[in-house]
Design a protein around this ligand. Structure first.
Ligand code: AMP
Ligand code: MN
Ligand code: ZN
Length: 878
């Protein structure tokens, strides 16, 4: 072969290789590019966007389709109240104000300077908020205004609360302090402190919605204007007319989430509250004046003033509610159809088709807004809905164009939307949904919600779970499984998924908010270190004059009395170890909860002195280790039940009046563990319920069968309707009885019975904060309520830290409660009680001590803790 030809071949091969390489690289590059594109389409913008409200730990009004739950006060009267969702917690206090004819009005103290100084107080820390609450508690009157943000939130949230006293203007950063705002609840509901607002209708509802803050005793300067028949009622008018101050009301539409606030916004916010006391004073003078001019009898002197006050307090009686529609988005859809489509009176298929599409898009928009916590107009403005329904674009590009075009065509609100152009990110990351709706792939309106929800929040969903959309998912779970095709597998995945989601939320909601151990120290009066503890415990001793502060940071106290025992006496230095705020199992430091190594169902029945109030048997665990430990404990309980022959659940009950001689648990119910007498409480109650509800409609054989079950409880005698109603309550603790009555709306003629049973409970505070917070997660995670009680409570007193194991008063309270009232026969309570009684009877206190050791061993075997404090041991003696 010629050299030339060889060279030719080489060149050809080389260039072929080069072309191939180039081609392959280009192909790979394109593929990568395409993959990137599609993944950015299917993944949600929220993954990369930080939203201030996602930092809130506790959200009272979430975006689910469920009703808003109002604050429940557990005073004596509340046990007789029905559902409190339609009941104002301070109705009686406000009613007193409405009927009072001798209200004193003094809005100003002596000389008052109108001038607004340069200084104001920015409140962003819990400690500052507490100080503010103290300041306000000493005032007779203060002025309030709020600013809320609504574009980037489904229900809106309060971003700022302005409070002015005679001396100072406070700007409360309610984003930073969202979870701590309950600190201000008492001053707002104090009927002895008058709160001055201007046009309070919205503010009153926003405060309820976000913080469960209820205003009691208000003077609304807008209402005063009304009574005075002023030509205008706006605050701008009053500021101008009464104070000679000009404001730019355009600022009210600013983005109040921004931090720091601009100088102008601070000025605006302060102005809205600062002059209110002065204005209120001026208006009351006018109202009094009007009265004297107008009245014939001296009794009428305060007529106008009282009318203004009465109208103001009527505002306070309003209750926040979430709007509940027949079908998501239906109200908006009807309004859009009415305004934009029906004008032509067109009944052609095209028009009807457009209407149908409007309904679908509105339902979709409603759900999208809830999932992402955005306002409707941020998801898709009405004009865009109309344009889509009329044009019905068929490619994603055209859809995008249609939306973008309408937004330019309508000039929407100023500063906010100008910074972000529609289509907003929600649309961009979920564009294909609209595509499918237009192409009729999501054929039925009913199908849209479950499909979209599953796509966004379901297994491998595109969008993040948050406190706002979490219950949406929970409430929808049942609907989802009935709507979607019965693919068993999918459903299982979904279940697994909700479990994972609930775990994440559980971590967020219930893990300790502040370090549990503060490493404060307590010294004996001879200077020897006794223990490490939290601040609360130090304060407890200090407030009672039982100790003096000996060091500031970290704080240490010295006891002024001789403590009962010394830790080192017992040859154990556990209590003088510095305890770390980490999971004792794996060392996780970001979240942890308290875990009781000895289950409460036993511990509450221990003799007082054996119930360690100290911290040996309460440890911190992360959620994962918590789950492991809890599962092991539940298994071990079963083992104990078999070993001692004391079942975990009460098997059978019998009416003690009918079965004389059986050891009596309470005055009317007896537990029997033999198989030949009595009936299982669950069986009994469901039989009684069925008979009461459908008794006369069911076949007589079935009826007879159920009657037999109930008769077994009543010792075989004939039973009346009263007996059936009484049977519904058997086995329930007083708390459960009330809850059943309230929640299930069972009509109980037997309310006298309930009242009598309730009386035995001695008006103790409910242990289960039902309706709020933990209920759902409790069910899912199956964690003992007491373990998390301190952190999940309503906030008020236990905000921040709450070391349950050190709170003696609380422990004692619970014990009393459990011993005095009847135990629920549905939980492990009776089992725990019987076990402990058995141990004490057979082995004395050592029996209980050994029992504790067994539980510690169960814990160690299950969790293999690597971070237990030095000195912790299985054989620790109380
Ligand atoms: P104001 O107390 O008058 O400053 O209003 C309180 C809040 O109401 C503001 O922070 C806004 O969120 C909202 N708001 C009042 N008027 C308007 C309006 N015209 N447009 C948009 N938002 C408003
Ligand atoms: Mn304002
Ligand atoms: Zn999303």
């Amino acid at each position: 072969m010629e050299v030339k030809e060889k060279a030719k071949i080489v060149i050809t091969v080389a260039s072929l290789v080069a072309v191939t390489v180039l081609f392959v690289t280009e192909y790979r590059r394109r593929r990568r590019h395409r993959r990137k594109q599609t993944s950015s389409l299917s993944s949600c913008y929220l993954h990369s966007e930080v939203r201030p409200q996602f930092g809130f730990k506790r959200v009272l009004a979430d975006n689910s389709y469920s009703e808003f739950k109002h604050l429940k006060l557990d005073d004596a009267s509340s046990s007789t109240e029905k559902a409190s969702n339609c009941h104002h917690p301070y109705e009686s206090e406000i009613t007193v104000l409405l009927e009072n004819t001798k209200i004193e009005f003094g809005f100003l103290r002596g000389e008052c300077s109108l001038k607004m100084s340069d200084s104001y107080v920015w409140v962003e820390m819990e400690s500052q908020l507490k100080k503010l609450a103290e300041v306000l508690a000493k005032e007779k009157v203060f002025a309030v205004d709020t600013e809320q943000h609504s574009l980037r939130s489904f229900l809106g949230f309060t971003a700022l609360v302005q409070i002015s006293t005679h001396e100072e203007d406070f700007l409360v950063d309610t984003i930073a302090l969202h979870d701590a705002m309950s600190i201000l609840r008492p001053v707002f509901s104090d009927p002895n402190i008058c709160k001055v607002f201007h046009g309070a209708d919205n503010d009153v509802l926003w405060l309820q919605r976000d913080f469960h803050i209820y205003v009691v005793n208000m003077f609304d300067t807008a209402k005063a204007c009304e009574v005075l028949s002023k030509p205008q009622r706006s605050l701008a008018y009053l500021l101008e007319a009464v104070c000679g101050v000009a404001t730019n009301k355009l600022l009210q539409r600013e983005d109040w989430r921004q931090r720091p606030l601009s100088k102008e916004m601070v000025q605006y916010a302060r102005t809205d509250a600062h002059y209110l006391l002065y204005i209120a004073d001026a208006l009351t003078a006018e109202l009094k004046q009007l009265a004297t001019e107008d009245s014939s009898s001296p009794d009428d002197t305060f007529h106008f003033l009282l009318e203004a006050s009465r109208r103001s307090n009527m505002t306070c009686l309003q209750l926040y509610t979430k709007e509940i529609e027949d079908f998501p988005g239906s109200a908006a859809a009807s309004s859009i159809i009415y305004r934009h489509l029906n004008g032509h009176g067109d009944t052609s298929t095209i028009a009807l088709n457009a209407e149908e599409l409007v309904r679908k898009i509105c339902a979709w928009r409603d759900l999208m807004a809830r999932i992402h916590d955005e306002s409707m107009r941020y998801v898709l403005p009405d004009q865009a809905v109309v344009a889509l329904a009329c044009k019905q674009p068929t490619t994603t590009e055209e859809i995008y164009g249609t939306i973008a075009h309408t937004d330019l065509a309508t000039e929407s609100s100023p500063s906010l939307s100008s910074s972000v152009q529609s289509p907003y990110p929600v649309i961009c990351s979920h564009l294909d949904d609209i595509y499918h709706m237009i192409l009729n792939k999501l054929a039925k309106l009913d199908d849209i919600l479950p499909v979209v929800l599953k796509k966004c929040l379901g297994t491998n969903g595109t969008c993040p779970i948050s406190v706002f959309n979490y219950s949406l998912l929970l409430n929808f779970k049942t609907k989802l499984s009935s709507h979607s095709a019965p693919k068993q597998n999918g459903h299982k995945n979904f279940k697994q998924f909700t479990r994972k989601a609930s775990r994440e939320l559980f971590v967020k909601k219930f893990s300790c908010k502040a370090p549990v151990y503060h490493n404060c120290r307590i010294y004996a009066n001879d200077g020897r270190l006794l223990c490490y503890c939290d601040k609360r415990k130090l304060e407890w001793y200090l407030n009672r004059g039982l100790a003096k502060l000996v060091e500031e940071d970290p704080p240490a106290i010295m006891l002024l009395f001789e403590p009962k025992g010394r830790p080192e006496d017992e040859g154990n230095d556990f209590y003088i170890q510095t305890k770390r705020n980490i999971c004792v199992g794996c060392g996780e430091g970001k979240h942890y909860l308290r875990y009781r190594i000895i289950p409460s169902c036993y511990r509450v029945h221990f003799p007082e002195h054996l119930k360690s109030h100290r911290s040996h048997d309460i440890v911190l665990l992360c959620v994962d280790c918590h789950e492991v430990a809890h599962a092991a404990a539940e298994r071990y309980k079963k083992q104990i039940a078999t070993e001692f022959g004391i079942p975990l659940f009460v098997r059978r009950v019998i009416d003690s009046k009918e079965a004389q001689g059986t050891s009596s648990l309470t005055e009317d119910e007896s537990m029997v563990n033999s198989e030949d007498a009595g009936v299982s409480p669950l069986h009994l109650r469901s039989a009684a319920m069925a008979l009461l509800r459908h008794g006369n409609r069911m076949p007589s054989s079935r009826r007879e069968e159920l009657l037999q079950i109930v008769k077994m409880y009543y010792g075989g005698r004939d039973i009346s309707e009263d007996d059936l109603e009484r049977a519904l309550l058997i086995g329930l603790s007083p708390h459960e009885r009330r809850r059943r009555e309230r929640k299930q709306g069972v009509s109980l003629k037997h309310s006298a019975e309930v009242a009598r049973l309730d009386k035995q409970e001695n008006g103790k505070k409910d242990e289960n904060n039902d309706g709020e917070g933990p209920a759902d997660s409790e069910k899912i995670m199956n964690v003992e309520r007491s373990t998390v009680a301190d952190d999940s409570g309503d906030g008020g007193t236990s905000e921040g830290d709450g070391a349950a194991e050190l709170n003696d008063a609380q422990c004692n309270g619970n014990t009393l409660h459990q011993q005095n009232s009847k135990l629920s026969l549905l939980g492990h309570g009776p089992h725990g009680k019987q076990i402990v009684e058995y141990l004490l009877r057979e082995y004395g206190e050592d029996g209980v001590r050994d029992f504790c050791q067994r539980w510690r061993k169960v814990f160690v075997d299950a969790v293999h803790p690597r971070h237990l404090p030095g000195g912790w041991n299985v054989s620790h003696r109380v």
